[in-house]
Design a protein around this ligand. Structure first.
Ligand SMILES: Nc1ncnc2c1ncn2[C@@H]1O[C@H](COP(=O)(O)OP(=O)(O)OP(=O)(O)O)[C@@H](O)[C@H]1O
Ligand SMILES: [Mg+2]
Length: 289
């Protein structure tokens, strides 16, 4: 039977060194997991660097030559990173594949998971807990010692390429505890916890990503930490490193620091006018005009 594969795996490799500050020395643990082919779960709030960590991990895998020597299938010496955003309408067919009409005939099209399993990519299931439980079970056989992916609709099972690994992310704050992974899914992974970087590291990130001076970066981080403290006490949303990077970028492009924080950070996390005003006051106190 003819199969079509619309994904160009060569385009999914990580060719430039991603900037990632590994302040908690977690990359070596993830590299160890890759060598042992143990799936990895990255757990942490939005905007704390999980996706960037993934890109860096893939780059490190290639630098260390940990990819299995070319088996003749797949893109060669570099590891593709195949990301799937999980959501509640994601079906196992979306992951594994389905028949599609092509002209007069019906052809099988591999889904992203099957493509990664066949060709030795790393499959990153972003926000795995968002997918329905009956969808997540399709990864079970390929994430335990069997490393086999059953494809029911083809009546076949495929053996994972030696370089294949599944990585998933989970943001415990976004689901308010409602969407936990079932134990039998969670216990197929080793787990790395993420939180917002320490102040000096976060400032370094703002300098590098936002293109601002280190003094201003330090002030932005102070504001970020101050807002996080207040929001945590109120049980409200915390501003992520991503939002501080946005503010830094706006300043780099000519916005005033206070206005940059007002629009990139404060209005993004708070809708209540008095809450916003309190945070804007804090920004005025901590940031230059
Ligand atoms: N340790 C770090 N080194 C370099 N950049 C970082 C680090 N931590 C966070 N960042 C920065 O934070 C921003 C957000 O990171 P990223 O998109 O990876 O977050 P995420 O955890 O994947 O979020 P989400 O759960 O919403 O997908 C990026 O701009 C990235 O540069
Ligand atoms: Mg992400």
């Amino acid at each position: 039977m003819e199969t079509v594969n619309p994904v160009m795996l060569d385009e999914l490799t990580v060719d430039r060194e991603p900037f990632y500050v590994d302040s908690h020395n977690q990359i070596p643990h993830a590299l160890g997991a890759y060598e042992a082919r143990i799936p990895i779960l990255l757990r942490g709030p939005t905007g704390c660097g999980k996706t960037r960590f993934m890109e860096r991990l893939v780059w490190e895998i290639d630098q260390h030559g940990f990819r299995a020597s070319d088996t003749g299938e797949g893109p060669g010496s570099k590891t593709p990173l195949m990301t799937v955003a999980c959501h509640e309408d994601l079906t196992s067919g979306d992951l594994v594949g389905r028949y599609v009409l092509q002209g007069e005939s019906t052809v099988w099209m591999d889904g992203p998971l099957t493509t990664a399993v066949r060709h030795g990519a790393i499959c990153y299931l972003d926000e795995l807990a968002e997918a329905r439980r009956d969808t997540t079970v399709v990864v079970h056989a390929v994430t335990d010692y069997r490393r086999m992916l059953p494809i029911e609709r083809l009546g076949t099972v495929i053996r994972a390429h030696p370089s294949f690994l599944l990585v998933a992310s989970h943001n415990p704050a976004s689901d308010m505890g409602l969407r936990l992974l079932r134990d039998s899914t969670a216990q197929r992974f080793m787990t790395i916890d993420f939180s917002y970087p320490d102040e000096d590291v976060e400032a370094e990130i703002l300098v590098k990503e936002g293109g601002i001076h280190s003094d201003l970066a330090a002030s932005l981080v102070k504001l970020g930490v101050g807002i996080r403290r207040q929001q945590l006490a109120a049980g409200s949303v915390l501003p992520s490193t991503r939002l501080l990077v946005h503010a830094a970028k706006l300043v780099h492009h000519g916005e005033s620091p206070v206005a940059a924080c007002e629009f990139a950070v404060i209005r993004t996390i708070a809708t209540d006018a008095s809450e916003q005003e309190g945070m804007i006051e804090l920004a005025r106190a901590l940031l230059p005009e």
